[in-house]
Every structure is written in structure tokens, then in C-alpha cells.
Design a protein around this ligand. Structure first.
Ligand SMILES: [Zn+2]
Length: 451
């Protein structure tokens, strides 16, 4: 069937589990109109995939976007504490890392976050759940900055801003009021970290506060849970039970859960039953800490597990570039998921699994779905992970992203992104892009500002 008047056609595309068959993907009105041989021949614009793999775009469900490129602004004491001593000093690391926040100011957070978001676009990551610290030091500077960048990239990269009580709610004076203000300002998701409170009762109060606030704003909840090498930590269980009690099934997302590595198997099995019932997804970031959630066990128990970038050059991790293929490549080694089925699973954990976790509807290479797609230079997922190169083309809401423009915003070179594509005049660009580029050229957008 030849469809007339289509906006975009991707031809010679290889699809996952499709063997050597090459297909066309026709796009109309921002959605996938048809997939098959010879569809979309009359489209206004064509991308030749040249036999490369085409899939739904990547999704990053966990990024501390207010902290990107802050590592050069501080010493490495927090990094050493977080990664050393079997994560027994994780709490001390959070205290050390909080020093940076007395300098928090949206004026330098915005260019850093913009650079990280442009890198996301270059790597085909079109949905991000982005955490902004909310506490007496950070105040609302991180939230304001991330909301500004969310609006700049709207329609290109979707950012869900999490108001995140990084330093606690019960033990941090004024945090509750600031969290309420952050949600009123326009944050999308309520974020907590109950395990850092002083007592289990305080942790329960922290969780209850977050669910109350989420109910008030009809928002999802994301929490960093049991992020230390202490097998007695139980806030994941508290979180799951509260999710059930509040009827917030499918709207509560658990992050890190590193203590799970030390849980005795019978307890993990019982806990998995509660997670499944509460429809809680788990985000793991095995490259940013020496312990990690038990991914294989969770998957066997039917839990939706996904990968996150977590950090980019901050107090907790020195690398990162918003490249989910790179995250999957690292996870393949750290989780020993190296069989072909494992690698397919890892690809899902960077695409459809986090989309489900973040409640991004119908994120798939399927007729009727929003056309958020990557055109890779490699023919299959094994090769894609091997090179973890940037896509040759990225399509967001049915339109090609202007990758040259994104490279300029990210301060990236062709070598850094491995990008080979050229871009059409109709390519997508973020709002106020000219201003942002001028800012960069004048030096105001340097990634490591002195503040
Ligand atoms: Zn994190």
C-alpha cells in the first residue's frame, strides 16, 4: 500500500527480531502511520536507514539534572565516601555532596542542564525523569532551572521534573514547605529519600508526606530507597506498602535500592510479591555504585526493571553523557547479562521498560504510537551496545532533530558523539536556541562555571 501526503518516511530500516528484512516506516501528524515494505513512498521527507536498526527512542528515568557538571566545583571526598567501604559511608557522602548547594543558583544550573539535555537528544534519549534537589541550601534554584530547561526542550526532549527532598523532610527544617512550593511552581513528580531520616518512624512520616503531596497534585512519586550497604534498611518495603494503601499502583517508582544486594533470599521473595502487587518499577544504575538491586531476581519475579544514567560528572560519578546505550553496555558487564536474550532485555531496560515506569503512554515502534524513534548505524542490538554510538538520526514527535544544533548546544564534537548524519532545514530546534548558542559563545554557558 502506498500512502499519500505523509510527512516522513524512514526507508531500508531493520527492526528488532525482524531478521534481514528491510521495511519502511511512514509517519504522519507526529505518529507512526504504517510499517511495511513500500509504505510512505510519497512522503515529503525521507531518511534512508541504510539497513540500520530503527527502534523506539531511549528513555532515562533517573538523572540528577541539577547537579550535572558540578564535580569540578568541589573536591572528591563525597565520591570516595559513596564508592568505598561497601557503601557503609553513603550517608556521609550525601552530607559531603550537599556542600555544593550553598552555591546553587539557577543562572549556572540552566546552562549545565541545557548541555546535558542536548547530549540526551544527540543520543536519542527523548524522555527524562530529572531530579532537582529541594532543601534549605538548594532552596528552589534547582527546580526553577529544570523547569526552564523543560520548557526550552518541550516537544523535543520531554523532561519530568522531580521535586526531590535530597536532605530529608523530617530532619531538614523547612523542607516540607519548600516541597509544597516546588510542586506549586510546576514540578511534575514528588521525590523522596526516606532512608536518610534518623528513625524508621521518621522514614514513614517522610513517605506519608510525599504521598499526601502527590495526591494533592495528582502526581507520580519517585523515591531513592535504601541506597547504602546496610541490609537492615527497609524503606523499599515501607514505600511499597504505602503505595498499596494509597491506591497509587503504577504511579510509584523505586530507585537505587542498593541494600537489596544484601537481603536474604526469603525476604527478597516476600518483598517482590508486594512490589508486583503495587506495580512498582525499579530503576537500577549499577555503574554509579558498588552495590545494586538484584536485577535478575526481580525480573524473574515479574517486576518491571529499568536502567538510569543517574549522574553526570557530579559528587557521585565522574562520567556520563546521557547515552543509554553506554549505560546498557556498562550494565551488561556489571550484571553479567551478556547472552543474546540478556542484551535484548537490556535494550528493553533502556527503552520500553523505563517508559512504562514513567507512565509515558504507548512508547513503541508500532502503528498509532507517537513517532519517537532512533535510526542507528548498527544492524542489531548486540552491535548497538558494542559501539554505544549516537544514532545517525533521531525523530521526535515525527520530526527530525537538528543534531548539528544539539552538538553545538552540548559543546560536543563529531568524535564525541560518533555522529554521521546531516540535517534538513526542517529539523527540530529548542526554543530560544539562538540565545543559548550566543550564551555559549560568550562563555556564559561553560560547563564548569566558577561560582
Ligand atoms: Zn540517584
Amino acid at each position: 500500500m502506498v500512502r499519500e501526503g505523509l510527512d516522513l518516511r524512514i526507508c531500508n530500516a531493520r527492526v528488532r527480531r525482524g531478521g534481514d528484512r528491510l521495511v519502511d516506516i511512514a509517519i504522519e501528524g507526529g505518529r507512526i502511520a504504517a510499517i511495511g515494505e513500500g509504505v510512505g513512498a510519497s512522503a515529503r521527507d525521507t531518511i534512508d536507514a541504510e539497513g540500520g536498526l530503527v527502534t523506539e527512542s531511549f528513555v532515562n528515568p533517573h538523572l540528577h539534572l541539577c547537579k550535572v557538571w558540578t564535580l569540578p566545583m568541589m573536591n572528591e571526598a563525597a565520591l570516595a565516601a559513596y564508592h568505598g567501604a561497601d557503601m557503609g559511608k553513603a550517608l556521609a557522602a550525601i552530607d559531603l555532596a550537599s556542600a555544593i548547594k550553598s552555591k546553587y543558583d539557577a543562572s549556572w544550573i540552566v546552562p549545565n542542564a541545557r548541555r546535558a539535555t542536548a547530549l540526551a537528544a544527540l543520543h536519542g534519549v527523548l524522555h527524562i525523569r530529572a531530579f532537582a534537589d529541594v532543601d534549605s541550601k538548594a532552596r528552589l534554584e534547582g527546580v526553577k532551572a529544570l523547569i526552564a530547561v523543560r520548557e526550552e526542550f518541550r516537544g523535543i526532549v520531554d523532561i519530568q521534573v522531580v521535586a526531590f527532598a535530597q536532605d530529608g523532610i523530617v530532619k531538614e527544617a523547612g523542607a516540607a514547605r519548600l516541597m509544597e512550593e516546588a510542586m506549586a511552581l510546576g514540578a511534575d513528580v514528588v521525590g523522596g529519600i526516606p532512608w536518610i531520616e534518623f528513625t524508621d518512624d521518621d522514614a514513614r512520616a517522610h513517605i506519608a508526606f510525599c504521598f499526601d503531596l502527590a495526591a494533592k497534585h495528582d502526581a507520580d512519586v519517585s523515591m531513592l530507597l535504601d541506597d547504602a550497604g546496610d541490609p537492615s534498611l527497609r524503606t523499599l518495603e515501607m514505600f511499597a506498602i504505602e503505595t498499596l494503601r494509597r491506591g497509587w499502583r503504577g504511579r510509584a517508582l523505586a530507585h537505587h535500592c542498593r541494600a537489596m544486594a544484601l537481603y536474604p533470599p526469603p525476604y527478597l521473595q516476600r518483598l517482590s510479591g508486594v512490589l508486583r502487587k503495587a506495580e512498582i518499577s525499579v530503576v537500577t544504575d549499577p555503574h554509579t555504585g558498588p552495590l545494586h538491586a538484584r536485577v535478575r531476581d526481580l525480573i524473574e519475579e515479574g517486576i518491571n526493571v529499568c536502567l538510569g544514567q543517574d549522574d553526570i560528572s557530579d559528587a557521585y560519578y565522574p562520567f556520563g553523557r546521557n547515552n543509554m546505550l553506554e549505560v546498557a553496555f556498562l550494565a551488561a558487564h556489571l550484571l553479567w547479562m551478556t547472552g543474546r536474550d540478556d542484551i535484548e532485555r537490556l535494550y528493553d531496560m533502556a527503552t520500553i521498560a523505563p517508559a512504562k515506569a514513567m507512565n509515558v503512554p504507548n512508547h513503541a515502534l508500532a502503528v498509532g504510537a507517537e513517532a519517537n524513534l532512533v535510526v542507528l548505524g548498527e544492524p542489531d542490538v548486540v552491535e548497538a551496545l558494542r559501539f554505544h554510538a549516537a544514532p545517525r538520526h533521531v525523530v521526535s514527535r515525527g520530526r527530525q532533530i537538528d543534531l548539528a544544533q544539539m552538538r553545538a548546544l552540548a559543546g560536543a564534537t563529531d568524535r564525541a558523539t560518533g555522529n554521521l548524519s546531516s540535517n534538513s532545514a526542517t529539523s527540530l530546534r529548542p526554543r530560544r536556541v539562538a540565545g543559548a548558542l550566543a550564551e555559549r559563545q560568550s562563555g556564559a554557558g561553560d560547563p564548569a562555571p566558577s561560582v
